[in-house]
Write a protein that binds this ligand. Structure first.
Ligand SMILES: Cc1cc2nc3c(=O)[nH]c(=O)nc-3n(C[C@H](O)[C@H](O)[C@H](O)COP(=O)(O)O)c2cc1C
Length: 146
């Protein structure tokens, strides 16, 4: 049994509305709960950053499905590491949509999401990516309880 987390960024080919985001979240919670996959999804400027954590096989199976989803493209894995314990055990999938007010209140993070999650910028700072996911996950989330 090996616990891992996987972080990726991706781009939505078109701006997604609340209803579409709700649908993504609903199916995430429905699939992740029985698989004991937990994590956090951020949406900013038409792009996503997500962390998935759980048993390696469950994370891989989930990620394989996510990569094939036409609601996003340019899925770019930025971190995949063993874990000793989960960081998001509360969330079968937490969710937060980041906007201008978040950039203003988190100036240190703003360059990493103000124009969407850029794989090159975020990929060079995987530790910061996790920090952002944890910080925004601590304050809020709407993804149901795991
Ligand atoms: C950005 C994004 C994140 C997603 N996250 C998850 C997830 O954490 N778990 C999951 O099972 N599906 C997730 N999905 C949805 C899957 O890609 C896929 O559509 C879904 O699992 C299919 O389920 P359904 O047809 O039974 O609703 C995500 C999709 C997108 C676009």
């Amino acid at each position: 049994m090996s616990l891992i987390h996987l972080i990726y960024v991706s781009t939505a080919p078109k701006e997604l509305g609340t209803a579409e985001l709700d649908r993504i979240l609903e199916s995430s919670v429905r699939h992740n709960t029985p698989q004991q996959v937990t994590g956090m999804l951020l949406y900013a400027g038409g792009s996503f950053m997500q962390v998935l954590e759980g048993e390696e096989a469950a994370v891989d199976e989930t990620f394989k499905r996510i990569k094939q989803d036409p609601r996003h493209t340019n899925v770019f894995e930025i971190a995949r590491e063993p874990l000793t314990e989960r960081n998001f055990e509360r969330w079968s999938m937490g969710f937060r949509c980041l906007g201008a007010h978040d950039a203003a209140s988190h100036p240190g993070y703003a360059p990493f999401f103000a124009r969407g999650f850029d794989p090159a910028t975020i990929g060079a700072h995987p530790g910061l990516a996790l920090e952002m996911l944890m910080d925004f996950g601590r304050n809020q989330g709407a993804g149901g309880v795991g």
